[in-house]
Design a protein. Structure first.
Length: 357
């Protein structure tokens, strides 16, 4: 199969369109890409020198939806199936995977980092972990009326905050606070609200806050110029009004900025849980003794295990998490312009690049 992809040959230099031949090997499939979302992790690889496991030349892209058109031995049942491809694919067999810790599988595959990713017409991947998508033409299966390219963002922007929420054991009636509500944070707000939590959205962008007020946030807080003490006081008052103690307050750092990480850490109270979901390449200075004094918990979250994907797809297709207002489709051929736009902070929505087939 002839595959056309946009290849990074040198960091921050224009990606070039190249062709190569690909065939699905044993246990593998070839997915015809319907859409691939542009994530800030891609920008980190491209602009900021964040290392990739497979060195350049490399095709980036890990938010992929598509159609399986070819399968190797042992994967024949996938042919013709629409799928969402998990951004991170654990091996499923190592000690970590058997212990339920596939997030730290030493043999995991991160698309667009370990192998060539989805900014292409097709992508060759292991069949393990693929998430089947039901018939989107069926109103019963897809009441939200979404197309397959829109589902690409599930592969990271929606599934990653979902796993963080599940790992925090967020329950209906708890308070969930999201620091940074663009991209993964915005979808996290919606997921937490769909699960019955009272949600606080914190950001420096008024448009994002206004959008979140329409999509699940019961309280929005503008962080520009606000100190940690002021924000913590407002969050505490919000929780107190709902009779929610600090140990049922879950804080999610989803901005991927040093300022956001410091803000999120400053919101901790007695027994609170903090989940670091966004990635910031720069270090921050924190007083870790707060964790001891508050008997609080801070944990990281890497991607989302494939077993969670069907539940995420269902939330999106049932319209409990809105995707369409937050995505914008662009032709794959515009990739260099799109990267520059997103890097400059001018993209208001998650851009999904759609190949021409």
């Amino acid at each position: 199969m002839n595959v056309t992809s946009w290849v990074v040959r040198q960091a921050a230099s224009p990606m070039v369109c190249e062709s190569r031949e690909e065939r699905a090997g044993p246990g593998e499939v070839l997915v015809q890409v319907a859409g691939c979302g542009v994530c800030h992790t891609d920008l980190g690889f491209y602009y900021d020198g964040v290392p990739t496991k497979k060195p350049f030349p490399l095709t980036l892209g890990h938010e992929i939806s598509g159609l399986v058109i070819e399968a190797g031995t042992g994967a024949d049942s996938w042919i013709g199936q629409a799928v969402v491809v998990p951004a991170v694919l654990p091996c499923g067999q190592c000690e970590a995977c058997r212990a339920g810790r596939g997030q730290i599988c030493p043999s995991q595959i991160f698309l667009g980092c370990d192998i060539d990713g989805g900014f292409a017409t097709h992508v060759r991947i292991p069949a393990r972990g693929l998430c089947p998508v039901p018939d989107l033409s069926s109103p019963a299966a897809n009441p939200a009326g979404l197309d397959l390219p829109a589902l690409a963002v599930i592969a990271d922007a929606v599934s990653t905050p979902y796993q963080a929420i599940v790992r925090n054991k967020l329950c209906a009636g708890d308070v969930a606070v999201f620091v940074g509500v663009g991209g993964i944070g915005g979808f996290g707000v919606q997921i937490a609200a769909a699960l019955g939590a009272a949600v606080v959205a914190i950001d420096v962008n008024d448009a994002r806050l206004e959008s979140m007020a329409r999509h699940g946030a019961a309280l929005t807080l503008q962080a520009t110029g606000a100190d940690a003490k002021s924000l913590r006081k407002q969050v505490r008052a919000f929780a107190d009004a709902r009779h929610v103690p600090t140990w049922r307050t879950h804080i999610f750092e989803t901005s991927g900025t040093p300022a956001g990480q410091m803000t999120a850490f400053g919101l901790l109270g007695h027994g609170s849980q903090l989940s670091i979901v966004g990635y910031a390449p720069k270090a921050v200075e924190l007083r870790l003794s707060n964790l001891m004094a508050f008997d609080a918990v801070a944990r990281g979250n890497w991607g989302c295990l494939p077993e969670h994907y069907p539940a995420v797809v269902d939330l999106v297709l049932q319209g409990k998490v809105a995707v369409e207002p937050f995505v914008e489709r662009r032709p794959l051929a515009t990739i260099n312009d799109v990267f520059a736009e997103v890097h400059a902070g001018h993209a208001a929505r998650r851009i999904v690049l759609v190949p021409e087939h």
